[in-house]
Write a protein that binds this ligand. Structure first.
Ligand code: NAI
Length: 325
């Protein structure tokens, strides 16, 4: 049996975690021969609810799960962790402006970035899901100067999966017959879901679906999917977000498929003209745990404009929290 790895999950009593934890604990992420310890972080007010989650985890008697630690202290939660799912965040309350949401979540991610810096494994893989995810990842990264920036990512895998699903439905094919869709930029309504490089059963996707559907249906549907789910379900996407979080971490830990890529928001190195340091979603491949931006894609004027709009929003978000960076 391998040595156990430590996995932290924040917001562990929340709705995404309720879908995530049981799949993680069942071995969906690191495979059937990797034991692990779960370190669950919550705010003090949610510790009772977390106790219930713990009881249910125990009641599953998962063979790979060595131990579960529950805590409201980030330094305990992140002690020597190899993987950190940063899901916990404050939802937008009534009358709250986007700027207020940015500010109160910024505090959370600055505290957690400092704690990761102090106690996490030096090769920790951090996935920020809590919104605004890209900027929260930027804050955590900026508060962890002793960790490599490459340790920090934010989640656009749900948007990536939504793009695959829309395209598969339009073309009447299975999702695994779709390759090379890409999400550029922010995990928000300004994101740019791009089909210029996508393939459906090896054929060029755009020539199959046509420009009009791409511009008038596909892009707004993917951009607005989160809002559509809240409208239909009365709550934000949770199971699909948990599924995407597992997909993101699985790709990071175990690599991407030959001939395909995934989308991840990562610290920009200036590729495709995006300002260095912004946490921006790119098409990426992963090999041996190292994430690489897919280079050499042709960017036409339409794409350039969309990529710039979402970059501008990320710069504005960064400027609003500059005091915490
Ligand atoms: P939720 O409100 O059900 O759960 C959030 C949990 O985080 C709560 O239990 C809360 O007590 C906890 N929490 C708050 N502050 C914390 C702190 N400082 N430390 C530890 N825990 C803390 O929310 P849900 O539905 O689980 O969503 C979580 C976040 O994920 C939200 O910000 C949501 O907007 C975001 N999200 C992101 C997606 C993405 O694709 N990037 C997709 C869907 C949701």
């Amino acid at each position: 049996m391998k040595i156990p790895v430590d996995i932290a999950v924040t917001g562990a009593a929340g709705q995404i975690s309720y879908s995530l934890l049981f799949r993680l604990a069942g071995g969906a992420f690191l495979g059937p021969d990797q034991p692990f310890v779960l370190r669950l972080l919550e705010v003090p007010a949610a510790m009772d609810a977390l106790k219930g989650v713990l009881m249910e985890l125990n009641d599953c008697a998962y063979p790979l799960l060595q131990k579960v630690i529950t805590t409201s202290d980030p330094k305990v939660a992140f002690d020597n962790v190899d993987y950190a799912f940063l899901i916990g965040a404050k939802p937008r309350g009534p009358g709250m402006e986007r700027r207020d949401l940015l500010e109160c979540n910024a505090e959370i991610f600055s505290v957690q970035g400092k704690a990761l810096n102090e106690v996490a494994s030096r090769n920790v893989k951090v996935l920020v899901t809590g919104n605004p995810a890209n900027t929260n990842a930027l804050i955590a990264m900026s508060n962890a100067p002793d960790l490599r920036p490459e340790c920090f990512t934010a989640m656009t895998m749900l948007d990536h999966n939504r793009a695959i699903s829309q395209l598969a439905e339009k073309c009447g094919v299975r999702s695994r017959e779709i390759k090379n869709v890409a999400i550029w930029g922010n995990h928000s309504a300004t994101q740019y879901p791009d089909l210029h490089h996508a393939k459906v059963k090896g054929q060029d996707a755009l020539s199959l679906v046509g420009e009009d559907w791409f511009v008038d249906d596909f892009i707004p549907t993917v951009q607005q999917r989160g809002a559509a789910i809240i409208k239909a379900r009365g709550q934000s996407s949770a199971a699909s977000a948990a599924n995407a979080a597992i997909g993101h971490m699985k790709a990071w830990a175990r690599g991407t498929e030959e001939g395909d890529w995934v989308s991840m928001a990562i610290p920009s190195d200036g590729s495709y003209g995006i300002e260095e340091g912004l946490v921006y979603s790119y098409p990426v491949t992963v090999n041996g745990g190292e994430i690489s931006i897919v280079h050499g894609l042709d960017i036409n004027a339409f794409s350039r404009k969309r990529m710039d709009i979402t970059e501008t929003e990320l710069k504005e978000e960064r400027d609003a929290v500059r005091h915490l960076l």
